[in-house]
Design a protein around this ligand. Structure first.
Ligand SMILES: C[S@@+](CC[C@H](N)C(=O)[O-])C[C@H]1O[C@@H](n2cnc3c(N)ncnc32)[C@H](O)[C@@H]1O
Length: 366
């Protein structure tokens, strides 16, 4: 059966595997290669499942890639040359030489003397030499995904291995590399394993900023020039700072203090009250409402529904569902149903920068 690798936050393994079972044809996990990284198989294979997820993207599976070749590893530096040989031999024909590509490696096996960067460099050099295809790590249209991991012994019989002549094959290895080539669009994320890191900036107010930056990117949200935004649950002000960087005028609502650096900014109004109190004050209308309030997801959804009168026609909203404990699936469904009264759900994702939460992107119903 065709194999794939799925990646999710390990705290959401159950919900990610539910999505896989629901959306694949006879899908079954084979082995957890590392926390939240699943080798799995399904009858529809990578292409069938990826197509299904293009129309109905999963919330919890962050990254998907095919397994087209498997190579046993020695756990020594010789693996780099073996992987480069295999890459040139097996993937040169399938790579579109006119389109930019990148190699995205993950080294999940412990104690090997190479890092993802070493593999990315060696494998892309081999592939470009064989094909002439240009490497573009920022905007590749095709990706060779490489996952080096330990596979439990009892899982080994499932594979047909590609053996490279540079490897001495008296191997009693449990380390394997899984390789697959796919269009970036079908991988659910442009980043290896869905790990989207942002550089820490000077002046950053909170780590929550990364969450908003990632959401703007994942949901491809274009903010209107000099738009007006409402930030519910704004303190200490990370999201407000990100919105200001995108030239939005921001009303920040939170009974807690905002970072003093925002106080000097005339385009930020701090309403030091709860979101419930602010709503009772008949506030203005906004292009965008963002809501990161620490509150039960269903209560937060109800409040956002109450705020639709404060959104312009076709206004957008972005909120986090806090999902601390049990019953997360039921809470999510309930919160979605509340939101559907007044919003269209444009996207929902457990982002790399979300902890015990998901981020939901909404448009006010016309
Ligand atoms: C996770 S923090 C928000 C972080 C913020 N997005 C940032 O980037 O800095 C959650 C905030 O929700 C606020 N909050 C909780 N209940 C609220 C309510 N009913 N109205 C307004 N804010 C509320 C808390 O005071 C807290 O500051």
């Amino acid at each position: 059966m065709p194999q794939i690798i799925l990646t999710c936050d390990p705290d959401f393994n159950d919900l990610a595997l539910d999505e896989f079972h629901r959306d694949s044809v006879r899908g079954a996990p084979v082995a957890e290669l590392a926390a939240g990284v699943w080798l799995a198989e399904c009858d529809d294979g990578f292409w069938g499942l990826a197509e299904t997820w293009q129309t109905k993207p999963p919330i919890f599976v962050r990254h998907l890639c095919p397994v087209d070749a498997v190579l046993p590893l020695t756990g020594t530096a010789a693996d780099i040359a073996s992987l480069a040989d295999l890459t040139a031999a097996d993937f040169a024909d399938a790579l579109d030489a006119d389109m930019p590509y990148s190699v995205q490696s993950r080294v999940l096996a412990p104690d090997v003397p190479y890092k993802p960067f070493d593999l990315n460099i060696a494998l892309s050099a081999a592939l470009t030499e064989a094909t002439g295809a240009p490497v573009d790590v920022r905007a590749p249209t095709q990706v060779l995904s490489v996952v080096c991991a330990r596979l439990p012994d009892e899982k080994l019989s499932r594979f047909t291995f590609h053996v490279s002549p540079t490897i001495d094959h008296a191997l009693s290895t449990t380390h394997y590399a899984f390789l697959g080539l796919s269009p970036t669009d079908l991988n659910l994320s442009d980043w290896a394993g869905g790990v989207r890191r942002f550089a820490r900036e000077e002046g950053q107010i909170s780590r929550a900023e990364f969450k908003l930056l990632e959401a703007l990117e994942v949901f491809r949200i274009d903010l209107p020039p000099r738009g007006v935004a409402l930030d519910l649950g704004a303190a200490p002000g990370g999201w407000t700072r990100v919105l200001r960087q995108r030239e939005q005028f921001v009303t920040a609502v939170d009974p807690a203090e905002l970072d003093p650096r925002l106080a000097e900014d005339k385009a930020v109004r701090h309403k030091r009250v709860t979101a419930e109190e602010y709503l009772a004050d008949e506030p203005d209308e906004f292009d965008l409402i963002v809501n990161d309030m620490r509150m039960d997801a269903r209560d937060s959804a109800r409040l956002l529904v109450a705020y639709t009168g404060q959104l312009y026609r076709h206004g957008l909203a972005l909120m986090t569902f806090k999902l601390p404990g049990e019953d997360r699936k039921r809470i999510i469904e309930h919160a979605f149903n509340i939101l559907r009264q007044r919003y269209e759900i444009l996207g929902a994702r457990q982002l790399f920068h979300n902890r015990s939460e998901i981020t939901v992107f909404l448009a006010k119903k016309g």
